[in-house]
Design a protein around this ligand. Structure first.
Ligand SMILES: NC(=O)c1ccc[n+]([C@@H]2O[C@H](COP(=O)([O-])OP(=O)(O)OC[C@H]3O[C@@H](n4cnc5c(N)ncnc54)[C@H](O)[C@@H]3O)[C@@H](O)[C@H]2O)c1
Length: 263
């Protein structure tokens, strides 16, 4: 087998964001040739610079995941790097903050970017994943598991988690594994606007986290690396919270209920 045929390609969407960048660097360290996709050029170029700095191999591609022509270019570029064996759907974006602010238009926009885009990327490389017994890893959110604000985004992430299960069940016979990761708060640039409104936003958030901290992008990337690797060969259809304990419960509330200071 030629080196090119043996080389595994990982496609990571939203690779110019902090979480996407950390995922690309981690997967490159794992030996994947990384195709970093983003709609924005500069941050995506920086991702590939960091991939190469870490000794990895990769290319940056400007790609709007909602555009069919761009997705066709994604497939071409992915195959040029090696055998497409992993798709990490990491693009995510938020519009309305509450249902009272939501409109039909922005609800639909949230679904397009957070759910439909992931489905469309999967469909574009479906045959490659079948041929290569590949892996699908979707970056969901705790917002897909419970109510933490941003309704359109949350409903779309819940749908993304269910889409993950659909793939796991229907494509398991081809050897394809599909899993979702549900991060809690992660310190990224996506929080810049909210941090402008409240510079204490991360400090305020910590109170609700059993580990009394929020996650860093590398916390998410390490879990993507594991769940996409042969070490997780028997895990499919799962949604793994990477949330510093948030979805387990809240110590303060448990203390109130138990009337105990042990929490
Ligand atoms: N940051 C958090 O606290 C947090 C928590 C839970 C889940 N997540 C999820 O993790 C993922 C990454 O989050 P982040 O904080 O790094 O976000 P981010 O906004 O910093 O990065 C997202 C990237 O996606 C790109 N993008 C947007 N639309 C695109 C399109 N149509 N085509 C291609 N690229 C596009 C953006 O340019 C950006 O670089 C998202 O799915 C997000 O929902 C984040």
């Amino acid at each position: 087998m030629s080196d090119q045929a043996q080389q595994k390609t990982a496609i990571v969407t939203g690779a110019g964001g902090d979480i996407g960048r950390a995922i690309c660097v981690e997967l490159a360290k794992d030996g994947f040739a990384v195709l970093a996709l983003d709609i924005a050029q500069e941050p995506n170029d920086e991702t590939i610079r960091q991939v190469r700095e870490a000794g990895g191999k990769g290319e940056a591609l400007i790609c709007d995941i909602l555009d069919a022509d761009d997705r066709a270019k994604m497939v071409e570029a992915g195959r040029a790097l090696g055998a497409i064996s992993l798709l990490v759907n990491n693009v995510g974006a938020i519009t309305a903050e509450s249902l009272q602010q939501a409109t039909v238009e922005n609800f639909q926009q949230d679904f397009k970017i957070n759910q439909l885009g992931a489905f469309a990327c999967f469909k574009a490389i479906e045959q490659d994943l079948i041929a290569n017994k590949g892996v699908l890893t979707n970056i969901a959110s705790v917002n897909g598991l419970g109510v933490f604000g941003h309704p359109g985004y949350s409903a779309a992430k819940a749908s993304l988690i269910h889409f993950t299960r659909l793939v796991a069940v229907e494509y398991g016979k081809y050897g394809i594994r599909a899993n979702a990761i549900a991060p809690g708060t992660v310190r990224t640039q996506a929080w810049d606007e909210r941090a402008k409104k409240n510079p204490q936003v991360f400090e305020d958030a910590k109170r609700w986290y059993p580990l009394q901290r929020v996650a860093d992008p590398v916390d998410i990337a390490k879990v993507v690396s594991f769940i996409s690797s042969p070490a997780a060969a028997a895990i499919s259809g799962a949604c793994l919270p990477v949330d510093c304990g948030l979805t387990a419960g809240q110590a303060e509330l448990a203390g109130t209920f138990a009337q105990s200071e042990d929490y």
